[in-house]
Write a protein that binds this ligand. Structure first.
Ligand SMILES: NC(=O)c1ccc[n+]([C@@H]2O[C@H](COP(=O)([O-])OP(=O)(O)OC[C@H]3O[C@@H](n4cnc5c(N)ncnc54)[C@H](O)[C@@H]3O)[C@@H](O)[C@H]2O)c1
Length: 352
C-alpha cells in the first residue's frame, strides 16, 4: 500500500515509517518538522526509495491537496499533532491550529480525494486517525478501565484539542461516509521519543547526574505501550479494522510514574553504574502539573478479539531496550535537549 502519513518525523511516526517500509509498504510522509519532528529519527530510511518526504504544514490545504493528487495514496494515517500537555498549558494556540484546524483541513482533502477514486480503490481507502486515551479524562484507582464507549471528558488543553479532532473525524464518517478508524492509545515509550516526555527526561537527566523531577507524589498511573507494539497494531488496523469504529490500544502495563522512574534507575545502576550511590538518589519531587490526571488505562479487549493483536513487550523488556538506546545515543540527544530547553518558558525543564 501507499500510505500517506502525517507527522512521520515525530516519535511514533518515525517508528511507523520504519516498520511500514519493512512490511513492504510505501510511505508519503507529510511533516512540518516542528521542534518535535526530526529527519534524523529516520536514519537510513530518510533517503529510502519507499519514503517520499514532504516538509509541509497540514493546515496548508492547497499544498496538501497537491500532495494527494501527485501521490495518489491508498490510505491515510494521521498522526501530526502538537503532543505535549505542558506546552498546551503554556498556550493552546498551536494545539488548536494543528490538532483541530489541521485535522479538519486534512478531512476535507481526504473526503474530496476519496470521492474521486475509482470504485475498487474507494472501497479499500481508509483514514486512520491517531488519538489518545487522554480524551477520556481520568480514572479513580479502582474504576473500570476506559473502553470504546467511555464518554469523552478531556481535562487538558491538549486533550481537548485531540477530542475535538476525534469528533470531526467521527462526523466525517457519519455525514459523508468517509471510511475512518479512530485509535485511542495509551502512553507510548521507546527509542527516539523527544526528550520532554517522562521516560527520556528521566534517563537523560540521570545520565547527566542532574535531579530527576517527579511531579507531585509520583503516584499518577499510566498504561504504558512500547511503540513498536503500537505500530504493529496500527498496521493491522489499516487492513482489518472495521470502518467507522474506534479502537482502544494499550499495553496492559499500569505503572505509577514513580515506579517507572525507580525501574529506570535500577536499569541504569546495572548498565552504567555510578562511582558511588544509586541514580535513585537524584529523584526530586516537584510541584504537580495543574489539573494532572491521576490514572489512565484502557481495556484493549476489542482489538485483542477482533484482530488478535496483543502487546508483545512487558514493561521491563520495553524499558530495557529504551534505556539501552538512550545510553547508546546520549551525546546526540543531549544536544537536542539543550536546544529544546532554551526554547521553553517558565523553567519547565524542571518538569515534564
Ligand atoms: N506519544 C504518546 O504517548 C501518544 C499517545 C497517544 C496518542 N498519541 C498521538 O500520536 C500522535 C503522534 O505522537 P508523537 O508522540 O509521535 O508526537 P511528536 O510530538 O513526537 O510528533 C509529532 C509530529 O507531528 C509533526 N507536526 C506537528 N505539527 C504539524 C503540522 N501542523 N503539520 C505537519 N506536521 C506537524 C511534528 O513535526 C512531529 O514530527 C499524536 O497525534 C499524538 O496525539 C501519542
Amino acid at each position: 500500500m501507499k500510505i500517506l502519513l502525517t507527522g512521520g518525523a515525530g516519535f511514533i511516526g518515525s517508528h511507523f515509517v520504519k516498520q511500514a517500509i519493512q512490511s513492504g509498504h510505501e510511505i508519503v510522509n507529510v511533516d512540518k518538522l516542528t521542534y518535535a519532528g526530526n529527519l534524523d529519527n529516520l536514519e537510513e530510511y530518510a533517503q529510502a526509495s519507499q519514503h517520499h518526504f514532504y516538509k509541509e504544514d497540514i493546515v496548508n490545504r492547497e499544498n496538501v491537496r497537491a500532495i494527494f493528487e501527485k501521490e495518489q495514496p491508498d490510505v491515510v494515517v494521521h498522526m501530526a499533532a502538537e503532543s505535549h500537555v505542558d506546552r498546551s498549558i503554556e498556550s493552546g494556540d498551536a494545539f488548536l491550529r494543528t490538532n483541530v484546524t489541521g485535522t479538519y483541513h486534512l478531512l476535507t482533502i481526504a473526503h474530496h480525494y476519496w470521492q474521486s477514486l475509482p470504485k475498487e480503490k474507494r472501497l479499500s481507502f481508509r483514514f486512520v486517525h491517531l488519538s489518545t486515551d487522554e480524551v477520556l479524562g481520568t480514572l479513580q484507582p479502582n474504576e473500570d478501565k476506559f473502553c470504546e464507549t467511555t464518554p469523552y471528558r478531556p481535562n487538558s488543553p491538549y486533550a481537548a484539542s485531540k477530542a475535538s479532532s476525534d469528533l470531526f473525524v467521527r462526523a466525517y464518517h457519519h455525514t459523508y461516509g468517509l471510511p475512518i478508524i479512530i485509535v485511542n492509545t495509551t502512553n507510548n515509550y521507546g527509542p527516539f521519543q523527544f526528550p520532554e516526555k517522562l521516560i527520556p527526561v528521566v534517563i537523560l537527566n540521570a545520565l547527566e547526574q542532574k535531579s530527576i523531577p517527579v511531579y507531585g507524589d509520583g503516584k499518577q498511573i499510566r498504561d504504558w505501550l512500547f511503540v513498536e507494539d503500537h505500530i504493529e497494531a496500527l498496521l493491522k488496523l489499516i487492513t482489518y479494522g472495521c470502518i467507522g469504529e474506534t479502537y482502544c490500544i494499550g499495553g496492559e502495563n499500569e505503572w505509577t510514574n514513580l515506579d517507572v522512574v525507580n525501574e529506570i534507575c535500577t536499569l541504569l545502576d546495572r548498565i552504567k553504574p555510578l562511582a558511588q550511590g544509586s541514580y535513585k538518589d537524584l529523584i526530586a519531587f516537584v510541584q504537580d502539573r495543574p489539573g494532572h490526571d491521576r490514572r489512565y488505562a484502557v481495556n484493549a479487549n476489542k482489538i485483542h478479539q477482533e484482530l488478535g493483536w496483543f502487546a508483545r513487550h512487558s514493561m521491563q523488556e520495553g524499558l530495557q531496550k529504551t534505556v539501552q538506546w538512550y545510553v547508546d545515543n546520549a551525546e546526540r540527544l543531549n544536544t537536542l535537549f539543550d536546544r529544546h530547553r532554551l526554547g521553553l518558558k517558565n523553567n519547565h525543564e524542571k518538569n515534564f
